[in-house]
Design a protein around this ligand. Structure first.
Ligand code: OAD
Length: 245
């Protein structure tokens, strides 16, 4: 089957789907110029997660961690949502309350595009969380030094990101689980499928009866498990799903 045949088939399944759940990863933002984690110029090829993205790293050197997040913030601030993010918004508008978006991305580009029904399971780089009182707030400017502190309790603020070794927020996981078990189509866009729990979502949805469609530049460890694997750039392929079957 050609890619065109796969796209036609994906459109047909979407047209028949009452409920739709979408999972996205760094690949959807790669077309906006945001670096992925494991690609050729991926962040984890040049930085060690244990130095920058763990609670221990933050305890050891909060300034280094904040400097790294500020560098990523500056980079992301220059990027814009692309046609794939916009197509996901269009799908949300069509499916209304029968669609749920799960993203591992912390760049905020889905929200910037207009997505509203979403779980940002790894957090959001534009949000901070107080290490004392736990209050989460939006904060787009973290000038260093001094280290940022909470207005309410003066404790240190940290990025509102799920770091390695930390658990995901329970209510988000609960929400995602519902969306995975209760969808007809599960669309997986631009993720390497190696970081749990998201790496297990395709199996959960498939076991619950969903048709699983993957869109990725390359084959992934999940490609054999999914029902339909579309290879190409998210910015080209996701908008093609919007056409009638
Ligand atoms: P990765 O960098 O692991 O994988 C990106 C995926 O996107 C790969 O499978 C690429 O083939 C694919 N890709 C790249 N460009 C693409 C394009 N233009 N169109 C479609 N696909 C493309 O990123 P994630 O899977 O998102 O976690 O990584 C998952 C988590 O690992 C991240 O959320 C992050 C990281 O450690 C935390 O920071 C907690």
């Amino acid at each position: 089957m050609t890619t065109d045949d796969h796209i036609l088939l994906a459109r047909r399944h979407l047209a028949a789907a009452r409920k739709l759940t979408i999972l996205t990863g760094a690949g959807i933002s790669a077309d906006s110029g945001v670096p992925t984690f494991r690609g050729a110029d991926g962040l984890w090829r040049n930085f060690r997660p244990e130095d920058l993205a763990t609670p221990e790293a933050f305890e050891r050197d909060p300034r280094l961690v904040w400097e790294w997040y500020n560098w990523r913030r500056e980079l992301i601030a220059t990027k814009q949502s692309n046609s794939a993010h916009h197509a996901v918004v269009e799908l949300e508008q069509r499916w209304v309350d029968r669609m749920w978006l799960i993203t591992q991305n912390v760049d905020g580009l889905h929200r910037a595009a207009g997505s509203q029904r979403l779980s940002e399971i790894h957090g959001n780089i534009w949000k901070v969380r107080c290490t004392g009182c736990g209050v989460v707030s939006e904060n787009r400017e973290i000038p260093l030094p001094p280290l940022p502190t909470c207005r309410l309790c003066q404790a240190l603020l940290r990025p509102h990101i799920v770091w390695f070794g930390e658990s995901l927020w329970e209510e988000e996981i609960h929400r995602c689980d519902e969306a995975l078990r209760d969808c007809d189509v599960f669309l997986v866009i631009g993720t390497s499928g190696v970081v749990y729990p998201a790496a297990g979502f395709a199996s959960v949805a498939k076991e619950a009866g969903a048709m699983v469609i993957e869109i990725n530049l390359d084959r992934t460890p999940q490609s054999n498990l999914v029902d339909l694997s579309l290879q190409g750039r998210a910015k080209d392929l996701v908008p093609l799903l919007l056409y009638p079957a």
